[in-house]
Ligand binder design. Structure first.
Ligand code: NAP
Length: 291
């Protein structure tokens, strides 16, 4: 009997710029798997119909991106504990019409931090308070930072996140704008800064959430969740200052690998990370042109 090709998708809106099809298709190539992975733009009003189609048709699983990571939860049959606790799902597995939700963004973020030499303690500063900030806080909950400061354009959203995570983390400053605080002073005592805003993302690659790069200390780790470009202006500035840098691509690859481990029910060897990294770097010029 011919092998049935398994179909996987990423759903969201917008989804055109997603690197996920490139990453997942390459995993299938490396392991010679009969699977395909495509992106589909699904608007908010189309989510319920997509879920119905998914249960009925031969769709083995899908990734979920903006704006569905939270709203999909009540539409699923079961949600894994961590995804439920932190209120967001980015990976769904279809088992005979039953849909199971997971959050591999949290796993990817944790893994990106573990791969770095960040000491997993000390003061942490997070810029932004959306879905990516929530993944960062969930990941940080399994480390031991002494405090977390949140800066967001809309401070109410930062306060909501603080309320959600205050059982797991100690919060320090919650504020609107980095400029209103003595950021230089704060950063000099900080071990890790995570940018979870899209500032610096392609095509506005000249922007950085830290406009005065001189305030970046050399002994800090800077994690920019923006995956495209791989090295943002923030990361380039930080590297020039002597800081350790973590690219959003590290998290993106790790969350994709974690999703495949769930879908395929097998461990993916560690060296796959490096193969995916090299592949994306090679592809990235082409990726920009087509974006
Ligand atoms: P989101 O839920 O829309 O949140 C975006 C956050 O950034 C909000 O707090 C927003 O502030 C703030 N923000 C947006 N534009 C800003 C600007 N021009 N200046 C200052 N703050 C701004 O989006 P998200 O899902 O968190 O994604 C954010 C970034 O993380 C994107 O670049 C995305 O690609 C990246 N990401 C990467 C990975 C990965 O695997 N590497 C995974 C997830 C996300 P307000 O609250 O005021 O609107």
């Amino acid at each position: 009997m011919p092998e049935i090709k398994k179909k996987y998708y990423i759903i969201g809106n917008p989804v055109e710029h997603s690197l996920s099809p490139t990453l997942h298709s390459y995993i299938y190539k490396i392991f010679n798997l009969s699977c395909s992975y495509h992106k589909i733009r699904i608007k908010k009003a189309e989510l319920k119909d997509f879920i119905i189609t998914c249960r009925l048709k031969n769709i083995s699983g899908f990734n979920v991106t903006i704006p569905h990571k939270e709203t999909i939860i009540p539409l699923l049959d079961k949600v894994e504990d961590e995804a439920k606790l932190f209120g967001a799902v980015n990976t769904v597995k279809n088992e005979k019409g039953k849909l199971y939700g997971y959050n591999t963004d949290i796993i990817g973020c944790r893994y990106a931090l573990k791969r770095s030499s960040w000491q997993q303690s000390g003061k942490v500063v997070i810029l932004g308070a959306g879905g990516a900030a929530r993944s960062a806080l969930a990941a940080l909950s399994s480390f031991t930072p002494s405090s977390v400061s949140l800066f967001n354009r809309t401070p109410e959203k930062a306060r909501l996140l603080k309320d959600q995570f205050s059982d797991h983390l100690n919060f320090d400053i919650i504020a609107e704008n980095v400029k209103f605080h003595n950021m230089e002073n704060l950063l000099s005592n900080t071990t890790l800064l995570i940018n979870t805003t899209p500032v610096g993302m392609w095509p506005e690659t000249q922007n950085s959430p830290i406009s005065d790069s001189k305030i970046i200390p050399e002994n800090i780790t800077i994690f920019d969740m923006v995956p495209n470009p791989v090295y943002t202006t923030l990361l380039k500035d930080a590297e020039k200052r002597g800081a350790e840098i973590i690219s959003g691509l590290s998290m993106l690859i790790s969350q994709a690998v974690a999703a495949q481990e769930i879908w395929l029910e097998r461990k993916i060897p560690l060296e796959t990370f490096n193969k995916l990294w090299t592949h994306i770097i090679e592809m990235s010029g082409q990726y920009h042109e087509h974006d």
